[in-house]
Every structure is written in C-alpha cells, then in structure tokens.
Design a protein around this ligand. Structure first.
Ligand SMILES: [Zn+2]
Length: 196
C-alpha cells in the first residue's frame, strides 16, 4: 500500500462506511476506495487531473456500467483535496453520490440528455426537486448531519457561481441552479424540524 494513506470512517455498526484514500493514483486514476456492509458493492474513487470544460458533471458523479463490477465516484481534484481535510462540499459530494448508489438510481445523466434536463428545469420552476436528488441528500444527512450537508450546499452555490463566471454565462441557468439549491436546503430543514 502506498504511504500517507488516510482512512475516514462514518456511521457505526452495520452502517459503517470506510473511505480509504491513497497517497498516489493507481491505474485508471483510482485514488481511493469506499467500503461498507450496507453498500451494494464497493466503490472506487477516481480523480481526473486532466478534466476539462467538456466534462459531464460538476464536483462529482457516480458512474456504473455493466462491464465494470464496481461503481466509481469521479471527483474534481479540488473535491478530492477537500475530502482529506473534511471540507463540507467534498463530504456532501461523496455521500450524495453514495446515496444514489445505495438507492440504485440511474447514474451519470449527461447534459446531452435534454429530456432529463427539461424535466429537471420544469420541476425547479414549480418549486420542486427530483426525488432521486432528495433521497441522495437524505442519505448524506444520515451520515454527516443536516448542518454539514447545508454548509456543503452553500459551498456548492458559491462554487457554481464561480464556474458560471468563467463559462458562458447564462442568467437562466444561474437562477435555476440557485433555485434548486434553495429547494434542497428548504426540504432538508423541513425534514430536520419534523424529526425533532
Ligand atoms: Zn445527485
């Protein structure tokens, strides 16, 4: 094993999830592994240093294919870096994607699928969010607590605003992004209050 490896543990007992980060990338850009009894299988963490503007996700994404026996969570380099220091956006990204994996949601919808995009936008305009996203957020709350998840969503908003400044700026996209994060935050707070 490479040195400087870092092991992070979340949850207890049967629900424990262990994230092992390596000091150096292995083949295929693999930099870590996530394991836990309650996961449907193990998950590799991959980081793509050469990621460019054509990439099909922001911050992180779950990839799963029939050819591959394990799932992969792809992270932006900055998100991986934050995972080592306990950054809220990094933790939210990983546990949100793990939530998609645990619930068996379809993985990596690319921007190319405009049908998916249109559905998402229509929901946001109605003040709603997709059930898959809410389930993934709820999974993250189970492991991280509502405060870290909301701090992560706030950081996501800041991060996305920065990205929009460098990419082609489309005010409608920015508004929708903001609105979607607001909806996710509002639902998390409502659920938290119900549980008190
Ligand atoms: Zn998601």
């Amino acid at each position: 094993m490479a040195d400087n490896e870092l092991v992070l543990r979340f949850g207890t007992g049967e629900k424990e999830i262990e994230i092992t980060l390596l000091s150096e990338q292995e083949k295929f850009g693999i930099i870590g592994v996530i394991a836990g009894k309650m996961l449907p299988g193990w998950v590799a963490i991959r980081v793509d240093e050469l990621m460019n503007d054509d990439r099909e996700f922001d911050v992180g994404a779950l990839q799963k294919s029939r050819q591959c026996p394990y799932a992969v969570i792809c992270l932006e380099p900055i998100i991986l870096k934050g995972l080592r220091t306990g950054d809220a956006l990094s933790l939210l990204t990983v546990f949100h994607e793990l939530g998609h994996f645990v619930h068996g949601h379809a993985s990596l919808r690319t921007d190319g699928s405009s049908e998916y995009d249109e559905k998402r936008k229509a929901l946001i305009r109605q003040g709603k969010a997709q059930s898959d996203e809410l389930e993934a957020d709820a999974f993250a709350v189970e492991y991280l607590g509502v405060n870290i998840v909301i701090a992560g969503l706030n950081k996501l908003r800041q991060y996305m605003l920065k990205r929009y400044q460098t990419d082609a700026w489309d005010q409608e996209d920015v508004d929708l992004m903001n609105r979607e994060i607001e909806i996710r935050e509002k639902i998390l707070i409502e659920r938290d209050e119900e549980n008190v």
